[in-house]
Design a protein around this ligand. Structure first.
Ligand code: 6CS
Length: 344
């Protein structure tokens, strides 16, 4: 059975053996998600590649959601202080790296998901001063980005237009930009921890949810929701990041293995998320009678219009460096000639 209330039985951060040296040849990799998730699938492949390329010099230890605690700031703090060397940070990371909320903007990324992965992992973006400094100023280094699939809404009512979303207590990750976005759509967003979300949905404390398909299945959320709504408004993107001192202390061989692995993982990460999201949608359809809705262009356009001012909200919230990062992404989308969710 899925994890229903994952907060129960989690171990404290100290129990994963975080006391050892930040420069040990065991690389601890903290995940925001459980086994069976896209982050876990990515991490398994990452581990295989690193261990092969370093000929046993390095062992990668995977720490899924729950093994390091359940409050995401504990994971981000552990990467910042070197107790965990590598970790994922997505929607909740906005409190630690405000600029990272760029990944939460709606109607910005290319609608080709592989193209999104390539742009967010390009040197032009990833190695830019704007993105590097956003993380380095907080003792972190951005290593890459993992798009995990489109964010899909669920609710117990049909949602086709912003009018249908009025006052809906939809659960968003703890991120000011997401709250502003869903307020602009007319909803009344609320924040609930990932591990408590199933029971919150079951008890009606939250009336709607936003996740990639695999997560609706992996965490069982679809069991307690009646409608699944595909609006293609944004992809879920997790940042892969490392402790800065640890990263700077890697040997040449380790750095080479890491760089090569990260390069290979762009395509592999895309393949993993595509496969997981497609298979899990089949599972949801088999196991439930959830109603599936795909917004048409006219319906989607109404959300796109409401999302437009949120880019400026992002810039006002995070400042000039955030604007630079956003401009680089927009420029890369333009250069790639990729069809974009931005529309005309
Ligand atoms: O919604 C959340 O809180 C979590 N969802 C996913 C798919 N990954 C991590 C994230 O924090």
């Amino acid at each position: 059975m899925q994890m229903r209330n994952i907060v129960i039985g989690v171990t404290a951060l100290g129990m994963v053996g975080v006391a050892s040296s930040a420069f040990a040849d065991t690389w601890r990799f903290g995940l925001e998600e459980t086994e069976g998730s896209v982050q876990y699938g990515y991490a398994e492949e990452f581990k295989k590649l690193i261990e092969e390329k370093t000929d046993g010099d390095v062992t990668v230890q995977l720490l899924p959601y729950g093994s390091w605690g359940s409050n995401y700031s504990a994971l981000y703090d552990a990467v910042q202080n070197g107790a965990i060397q590598i970790g994922f940070g997505s929607g909740f990371l906005g409190g630690t790296v405000p600029e990272s909320q760029l990944m939460s903007l709606n109607f910005v990324m290319p609608n080709d998901q592989l193209e999104t992965a390539k742009i967010l992992n390009s040197d032009a973006f990833l190695k830019s001063d704007a993105w590097q400094q956003s993380f380095r100023e907080r003792g972190l280094v951005p290593l890459g980005a993992l798009p995990e699939g489109y964010q899909v809404w669920t609710a117990n009512k049909e949602i086709r237009t912003p009018a249908d979303m009025q006052g809906l207590q939809i659960r968003v990750m703890d991120n000011s930009l997401l709250r502003k976005t869903y307020e602009a759509y007319g909803a009344s967003p609320i924040t609930i921890a990932y591990g408590e979300l199933y029971s919150a949905l079951q008890q009606g404390q939250a009336e709607g949810n936003i996740q990639p398909v695999f997560a609706h299945e992996n965490m069982g959320f679809y069991e307690v929701q009646d409608y699944m709504i595909f609006a293609d408004q944004s992809q879920f993107v997790a940042n892969l990041m490392a402790n800065e001192d640890w990263y700077e202390g890697l040997s040449d061989d380790q750095r080479k293995a890491l760089d090569a692995t990260l390069g290979e993982m762009v395509q592999k990460g895309h393949d993993i998320q595509t496969q997981f999201n497609s298979e899990r949608l089949d599972t949801i359809k088999e196991k439930s009678d959830i109603n599936i809705i795909h917004l048409n262009d006219e319906e989607r356009e109404q959300f796109r219009e409401l999302a437009k001012p949120i880019r400026q909200v992002y810039v006002d919230m995070v400042g000039e460096r955030g604007k630079e990062a956003l401009d680089i992404v927009l420029d890369q989308i333009d250069k790639a000639g990729a069809g974009s969710d931005q529309g005309s």
